[in-house]
Design a binder for this molecule. Structure first.
Ligand code: C5P
Length: 234
């Protein structure tokens, strides 16, 4: 179980533009996702500001390094009071275990859930095969990485909505699936490849969704937020 379930991706260059967007569109206290763009500019302070304003936070930093470094990094992340954070499952079993241990030892208890990214939703089976020489079908790789993540202490995975059912069937219903690659029906795909609408993600059984440009680049962001929320929660 996670408390929040629709995270708005705050992919803005700095705090000023982030704050302006949230205030202009009266998106008070909505769950948000902070990714690398904003975090690398503003650092931990941005998380504090968002928490002070009542936003639940998913800190999307997709860590991938040697286990010792990941352990120490997650000990620090544990102090930030975020609901979710993540690593790349491709970092392997020891790294995933180290991430979980870091969160626990850093004092986050079970308040901060650890997700592992399976295969980015911008990637395709052809890219896996031709660029990374991973010959297994993409879906098999995703399920394998989900199992690896679960057996090494992750609370869930970041995956495409289209993979939720496979993962739940294989790894069990309690293992969280958080899905980016969400578009409102009328939108551009941008570079995302394996996408779904909020309603489809819900129907497919996702526990939470991440939605960014469909809202942040909309002509009327608040309106788009409400449409996505309604589709997701109905
Ligand atoms: O704008 P859009 O809705 O595509 O934003 C998706 C967000 O989710 C981005 O911040 C991106 O970094 C993140 N994400 C993703 N695919 C993953 C994991 C995270 O698109 N597999």
């Amino acid at each position: 179980m996670i408390t929040s379930s629709m995270y708005l991706a705050l992919d803005f260059p700095d705090w000023q533009q982030t704050e302006q967007f949230l205030i202009t569109n009266q998106l008070n206290e909505v769950p948000v996702k902070v990714g690398m763009e904003l975090f690398y500019r503003e650092g931990a302070e941005v998380i504090k500001r968002l928490r002070d304003r009542g936003h639940p936070v998913f800190l999307d930093i997709k860590l991938h390094d040697i286990p010792t470094t990941i352990y120490k990094a997650m000990k620090n992340v544990a102090k930030l009071d975020v609901e979710l954070t993540n690593v790349h499952s491709l970092g392997g079993a020891e790294m995933i275990k180290a991430a979980k241990a870091g969160l626990l030892d850093g004092g986050a208890g079970h308040q901060t859930k650890l997700l592992a990214v399976t295969i980015l939703t911008s990637m395709t089976g052809v890219m896996l095969r031709e660029e990374l020489r991973i010959d297994e079908p993409l879906a098999d790789t995703v399920v394998h990485l989900a199992e690896l993540s679960q057996s090494n202490g992750a609370d869930g995975v970041v995956c495409s909505p289209l993979e939720v059912e496979l993962i739940k069937n294989q790894v069990g219903p309690k293992f969280l699936t958080v899905t980016p690659g969400i578009r409102l029906a009328k939108d551009d795909m941008n570079e995302q490849k394996r996408i779904a609408t909020p309603a489809k993600a819900r129907a497919l059984g996702a526990d939470a969704i991440v939605i960014g440009r469909s809202i942040t680049q909309a002509d009327q962001p608040k309106q788009a937020y409400l449409v996505a929320e309604k589709e997701w929660t109905v």
